[in-house]
Design a protein around this ligand. Structure first.
Ligand code: WT7
Length: 663
């Protein structure tokens, strides 16, 4: 970070963007009407500041505990244990207790398939489905502590499967359905998953998209999987191995629809979720039971102002990401939300699909990503204006910094100039929301996530770890443990300590650059490590580079995230071909296409580079480090910055000359 590899957060482009940001002076105070009914009140901040751990205990009491905890927090930095001695069951908290309290007939999930088929699932239905699935898992030999991989489209069985795992205490590892067989295999392997839950396929962009073949390939390459449980969704043909494969409808449907739950220790592993780091190997982020559920239900209740009796909540994420775990499954269900779950893409069968759904179901709270908002801006505001969105009362944003223009558009066009917008900063590692306004309390600033939530302690520090004054910029750190924090990296405590706790000892280093404005509000500026953020998804430059160099025609590769008007960042790769460079350049487009498809196959379509430039050399420092900063200048069409630390300062001229032939 101190040499030529300086990245987005501190690059000159980011600095320019930053000064624009800090001139953002529009303010949106809460309406008196909203404030009067808001779950969050200003005293939350005072109470949390007066007794932070006690405040979290108060939040934990909103859950049902089978055994109360003895000690709220044991902090042996960087290892935390929350609610020590307490026991609870996550599935009971998310489902059964609502039924027992008389809400069995309340809709938990309004599910909409992409082709237009729908399912309405009440809390009583969900209770029966989860019980049957839990019984089926037991029949298939899954025991408490065994890992289960879930590779499903956005169908209700995804939530049911997660809850069934939670119920029996088998940690799940959900793998996004858009990831490749390779990515799935490495995740199955890393966690030694015993069972994989998948589907024949799901609907994407108007057509069935197969999932089972990737599972077959992954299972063939790994040794831990005993059974594959397959949901029939599309009806497409699947290869079948009688020794391993079982249909969901054959095994789950015939199970008893009651299941006696076992309370689990507050620190029992709930799930592992893999995320990209700065090396090619994704990290298995480990979350546990009591602290995690406390954190996600508390934040969901206050930040989205959820009223379980009247709201219709919709988070448009996929269950394969942490947003889907925390704000589709665990937070909303713990809070007895009624929610919408949609299987497909926003433009199928037409570009008004999301707004049509929001109108039809009377959605009141919408949680989505800046990339989607910018896509909608591009498609034109007349599309959402064709629908009645007047039920909306809170809008949320997550995944990447939201530029003020997108924020203001979101509020005006989608929110009818009336709804608060909560820009929520958090990470797979944090488990739940960390920095966000509270609707009804905070005067909103477009583009800023503003303040740490009550109970959360964050700071912006300089290179030596000193807090920066208001108006200053640096790195975002979290200064106190919080209940939803990761408990480690699966099987790699050393990497956990090294990645998050060594840059600023005693504090959690998030990997994001940030600035504090004159009021002390926080503005997130993007990653400061070699991690890209494409449409709100984290992808490591090294992961894409290693996919590229695994292709026989590639000698070397360097990847950068270039600013993109829709996806936030886009992947741009510079590739040195093997052998005769001139011949490779002559292959031009064919080679570029081949390599793009190769990356897509190795990692998944989300990692497909937007551009691949075939070059003869890469800019390197004398110590051999690739200077991504210069490549980013090229990728973003800027004049190339300071080249004095290059081993060979003519390399950049060479690259620039080659440009027109590429892409
Ligand atoms: C990274 C975490 C958290 C769920 C989705 C992504 C970026 C996330 C914001 C925001 C600015 C944001 C950060 C963070 N990020 N939300 N509101 N403003 N940046 O989870 O894949 O773990 O990625 O996403 O860079 O470190 P993730």
């Amino acid at each position: 970070m101190s040499d030529g590899t300086t990245t987005r957060g501190t690059s000159s482009a980011a600095q320019a963007g930053l000064s624009n940001l800090l001139h953002e002076e529009r303010r949106f105070p809460p309406s008196a009407e909203f404030s009067a009914q808001a779950n969050g009140q200003p005293d939350l901040y005072d109470r949390a500041a007066a007794d932070r751990v006690g405040f979290w205990e108060e939040q934990a009491r909103a859950l049902h505990w089978d055994t109360p905890w003895d000690t709220a927090l044991e902090w042996d930095a960087p290892f935390a244990k929350w609610f020590v001695g307490g026991t609870l069951n996550v599935a009971y908290n998310c489902v059964d207790r609502h039924v027992e309290a008389g809400h069995g007939d309340q809709v938990a999930i309004h599910w909409i398939g992409e082709p237009g088929d729908t399912r309405t699932i009440t809390y009583a239905d969900l209770q029966r489905e989860v019980a049957k699935a839990a019984n089926a898992l037991t029949e298939l030999g899954v025991q408490k502590g065994d890992r289960v991989a879930i590779y499903l489209p956005m169908v209700p069985e995804a939530a049911v499967a997660m809850l069934a795992c939670a119920r029996i205490g088998a940690p799940h590892s959900v793998v996004f359905g858009g990831f490749s067989a390779d990515a799935l295999a490495s995740r199955i392997d890393d966690a030694s998953a015993k069972l994989v839950i998948t589907a024949d396929g799901g609907y994407r962009r108007g057509a069935p998209s197969a999932l089972k073949p990737a599972v077959d390939e992954a299972v063939a390459r790994t040794t831990s999987v005993e059974k594959v449980l397959v949901v029939r969704r599309t009806g497409q043909d699947v290869a079948w191995d009688d020794a391993k494969d079982v249909w969901w409808h054959e095994v789950v449907d015939r199970q008893p629809d009651t299941h006696a739950y076992e309370p689990h220790d507050a620190e029992h592993p709930l799930f592992i979720l893999y995320t990209s780091g700065t090396t090619a190997k994704p990290k298995g982020i480990l979350h546990t039971t009591g602290g995690y559920l406390t954190h996600v239900s508390y934040t969901h209740r206050y930040v989205f102002d959820l009223k379980p009796d009247s709201d219709v909540y919709w988070c448009s994420a996929d269950i394969g990401w942490v947003t889907g775990h925390s704000y589709i499954v665990y937070g909303p269900l713990a809070n007895r939300a009624t929610q919408v779950m949609y299987e497909g893409t926003p433009d199928t069968p037409h570009k008004g699909r999301l707004w049509e759904i929001a109108q039809e179901y009377g959605v009141t709270i919408l949680y989505t990503a800046p990339t989607l908002i910018r896509t909608m801006m591009k498609w034109g505001e007349e599309i959402p204006q064709g629908y009645d969105l007047s039920a909306l009362r809170v809008l949320g944003s997550v995944g990447e910094p939201i530029n003020p223009e997108a924020w203001v558009w979101y509020r005006r066009v989608i929110g009818g100039d009336r709804t608060p917008i909560v820009d929520t900063w958090w990470q797979t590692e944090t488990g739940g929301l960390m920095i966000s306004p509270l609707p009804g309390v905070t005067t909103l600033k477009p583009g800023s996530a503003q303040r740490p939530l009550p109970g959360i302690s964050a700071e912006v520090v300089d290179d030596s770890g000193n807090p920066v004054p208001n108006g200053g910029g640096g790195y975002l750190v979290l200064t106190e443990p919080w209940p939803g924090m990761l408990r480690g990296i699966w099987g790699d405590d050393a990497r956990y300590t090294e990645t998050y706790w060594s840059r600023f000892p005693g504090r959690y280093f998030a990997g994001d650059g940030a600035k504090k404005d004159d009021d002390g509000d926080i503005w997130l500026l993007g990653r400061v490590d070699d991690v890209m953020n494409v449409s709100g998804h984290r992808i490591s430059t090294t992961e894409v580079e290693s996919a590229l160099v695994s292709h026989p025609k590639v000698a070397e590769a360097a990847v950068v995230g270039a600013t993109d008007p829709t996806t936030g960042q886009a992947i741009v790769a510079f590739v040195i071909p093997r052998g005769d460079a001139a011949a490779a350049t002559a292959q031009g487009d064919a080679l570029v296409q081949e390599l793009r498809n190769h990356v897509s196959k190795e990692i998944g379509p989300i990692a497909k580079p937007r551009q691949i430039l075939v070059v003869a050399e890469l800019p390197k420092t004398r110590s051999g480090k690739i200077m991504r900063r210069l490549l980013r200048d090229v990728a973003e069409n800027r004049s190339v910055g300071d080249v004095t630390t290059l081993a060979d300062s003519t390399v950049m001229d060479l690259i620039s000359q080659q440009l027109p032939a590429a892409a």
